[in-house]
Design a protein around this ligand. Structure first.
Ligand SMILES: [Zn+2]
Length: 197
C-alpha cells in the first residue's frame, strides 16, 4: 500500500508533467470502447491496449461476468452496459477473459477457495460451467484452463446480447488475453476458434 500511497501523493506532479493530456479530461468523456473483463489485478488495460485516460470505459467484476438481461432488476452490469451504449454512444464492446482466471478456475472445480465465500459461490452459481482442459501441453501451446476461459467468454457474449441496448449497431469482440505470453486472441466466428488478433 505504501508505494501506491506515495504515487497518489505524487499525482499532482504527474498531472502537471503532462498538462495537455489531463486538461482534456475536464471535457465530457468519449471512450471508443467498453471493455468487460475480470477484476484480476494482473489485467491492466493500459498495458495491453496502450490506452490512456478517457479512452476505455470499463466494466469489471470477479470473472468478467455479464448476467443475462432481467427487466425490472437493475444491477451494476446492466446499468453500465446501458450507459456505455445509450449515453456514451459506444459501438464496440470487448469481452475479455484472461489466462489463470481464478473465477473460471473455481467454476470448473480446479480451485477451491480456502475459506467459505458464499457471495462468490452465489455469483458463480448461475453460470454455465465451461469444459475444462487440463492437458499440460496443448498442441497450440495455450496454457491449461485457456479453453475453459475462452468458452466462458463466449457464454458472457451470449448473455450480453440479451441486453436491449446491445443491438445490431453494436459489435461485440470476444477476446482471450494470455498475460504471461503477452498474446491477445480474438474469437473467429467462422472458424469457431480463438486466433491471433
Ligand atoms: Zn479472472
Amino acid at each position: 500500500m505504501h508505494a501506491l500511497l506515495n504515487a497518489a501523493r505524487r499525482f499532482p506532479q504527474t498531472v502537471s508533467a503532462d498538462p495537455e493530456r489531463y486538461a482534456k479530461l475536464a471535457a465530457p468523456q468519449h471512450p471508443e470502447v467498453l471493455l468487460i473483463t475480470c477484476s484480476d489485478s494482473r489485467v491492466v488495460p493500459e498495458a495491453i491496449l496502450g490506452s490512456g485516460p478517457g479512452e476505455v470505459f470499463e466494466l469489471r467484476n470477479a470473472g468478467g461476468i455479464v448476467p443475462s438481461y432481467t427487466p425490472g432488476r437493475p444491477g451494476a452490469e446492466q446499468a453500465t452496459v446501458e450507459y456505455a451504449v445509450e449515453v456514451l454512444g459506444i459501438r464496440d464492446v470487448v469481452v475479455a477473459g484472461h489466462s489463470g482466471c481464478g473465477a473460471v478456475s473455481a467454476l470448473v472445480g480446479r480451485e477451491v477457495p480456502p475459506v467459505p465465500v458464499p457471495e462468490v459461490s452465489g455469483w458463480l452459481a448461475p453460470l454455465r460451467v465451461p469444459t475444462d482442459d487440463d492437458t499440460p501441453e496443448r498442441l497450440d501451446g495455450a496454457p491449461p484452463l485457456a479453453v475453459a476461459v475462452q468458452q466462458h467468454v463466449l457464454h458472457q457474449v451470449e448473455a450480453l446480447t440479451t441486453h436491449p441496448s446491445v443491438d445490431e449497431d453494436v459489435t461485440v469482440h470476444p477476446w482471450f488475453i494470455d498475460l504471461t505470453r503477452g498474446q491477445v486472441l480474438r474469437h473467429d466466428a467462422a472458424a469457431d476458434a480463438f486466433v491471433a488478433l
